[in-house]
Design a protein around this ligand. Structure first.
Ligand code: NAD
Ligand code: MG
Length: 396
């Protein structure tokens, strides 16, 4: 029996994780569930999964959850805030931690799981984008099994040899081919991009996801963040990672070897497959995902990404090349710009413009400590708010 903590249980990945866990009650036990402020959904999940702990990042929400559980499940201990998240990521009875909080808020709770030596199932790519070097150093120092849940990175993991310690060249790896669907706006005329709405941006052709990552997929910042994530996970330089547009989202990514072989992982676009893989590795368990019918898929298409349509992809490569805190600044500016777009304040095409300005506004430093990274994250958020206001005032 493996004890599991699900950080971000009420989100898209969290719900899929609980679905996979509930298919294997003899193998996994839910020890802790966490959410930001969605009391109703976490309450329902508590009744269904009977964890020992429930954590709400928001203190008022924690109080409300506590009151609701008192009558129906008084044995569940309710904790609040970052301290609560870090506590349940490091409990001795927990073996696996699903890191599925969205955005920068996931960094410290995920690091707490790493420092406690848990197997970490990493969906929260922003943690690596912000603090890749420190994060990976802690992974090595604590002998952590880090299993990527992001479908592309999970696919790459499955196509790679197990020992990468001597680097990509020693393992005979030429390139990583990171596939991307291109999102909902791959083909709409550039002149219409300015007017797209949050609901259009969140209507992904192949995946149902949280709203932030859906907008990131529409701008292709998601792919940019994934390039950075892949660099850290697989010890690769950005020039070794080629983004390949593949609109069907059937191949989840590929690895090209020195002898000319390309290995790919295919499957239905269903996050339960990488979640089940990360949970059971090196074994395999049933995930609930529908089998892929190659006859229904019939064909696989590939295209080169159009950087003029997707400037966020360029910004992410540039930030990774710049190094230091540049990727934390990129991430913070993106979070503010995306939230402003979702609030209806910022036009879609202003998202990359805001990020580019913030990268120029906030000087990059060496990412020598978490404190420095979090300080630059905060500076970037302040700068981004100003740049969003500027863009909004220009409109009105
Ligand atoms: P989501 O918005 O559906 O869920 C986010 C979860 O994080 C929720 O449980 C929410 O309560 C919690 N949360 C939000 N803000 C918080 C805060 N400040 N403190 C504590 N908890 C907070 O997001 P999602 O789509 O499930 O994505 C989660 C992560 O997984 C993201 O990093 C995303 O990039 C990554 N990911 C998602 C998918 C997908 O298919 N949804 C695929 C690959 C990677
Ligand atoms: Mg992905």
């Amino acid at each position: 029996m493996y004890g599991v903590t699900v950080l971000g249980a009420t989100g898209s990945i969290g719900v899929s994780t609980l679905d996979v866990l509930s298919r294997h009650p003899e193998r996994y036990r839910v020890v802790a569930l966490t959410a930001n402020s969605d009391v109703e959904r976490l309450y329902e999940q508590c009744l269904a999964h009977q964890p020992e702990y429930a954590v709400m990042a928001d203190a008022n929400a924690a109080q409300r959850l506590h009151e609701r559980l008192r009558a129906t499940a008084p044995g569940i201990q309710v904790l609040a805030g970052l301290a609560g998240l870090e506590t349940v990521a490091a409990l001795p009875q927990v073996a696996y931690v699903m890191a599925a909080i969205v955005g920068a808020a996931g960094l410290l709770p995920t690091l707490a799981a790493v420092r406690a030596g848990k197997r970490v199932l990493l969906a929260n790519k922003e943690a690596l984008v912000m603090a890749g070097r420190i994060f990976m150093d802690e992974v090595r120092a604590n002998n952590v099994e880090l299993l990527p849940v992001d479908s592309e990175h999970n696919a790459i993991f499955q196509c790679l040899p197990t020992d990468l310690s001597a680097g990509l060249d020693a393992a005979g790896i030429r390139r990583i081919l990171l596939t991307a669907s291109g999102g909902p706006f791959r083909t709409i005329p550039l002149s219409e991009l300015h007017h797209v709405t949050p609901d259009q941006a969140c209507a992904h052709p192949n995946w149902v996801m949280g709203r932030k990552i859906s907008v990131d997929s529409a701008t292709m910042m998601n792919k940019g963040l994934e390039v950075i994530e892949a660099c850290w996970l697989f010890n690769a330089s950005p020039d070794r990672i080629q983004v390949v547009l593949h609109p069907q989202s059937v191949i989840h990514s590929m690895v090209e070897y020195a002898d000319g072989s390309i290995l790919a992982q295919l499957g239905s676009p269903d996050m339960r497959t990488p979640i089940a893989h990360a949970l059971a590795w090196p074994q395999r368990i049933e995930s609930g995902a529908a089998p892929l019918s190659l006859f229904d898929v019939a064909r696989l298409d590939f295209e080169r990404p159009d950087v003029s349509r997707f400037p966020c992809l360029r910004l992410a490569y540039e930030a990774m090349q710049a190094g230091g805190t540049a990727t934390a600044i990129l991430n913070a500016a993106n979070e503010v710009a995306v939230a402003s777009f979702l609030d209806g304040k910022l036009p879609f095409t202003a998202i990359p413009a805001v990020i580019e300005r913030v990268l120029a506004d906030v000087p990059t430093r060496e990412a020598i400590s978490l404190e420095v990274i979090l300080a630059d994250d905060a500076l970037a958020r302040e700068a981004a708010v100003l740049r969003v206001d500027e863009a909004t005032n220009k409109r009105t």
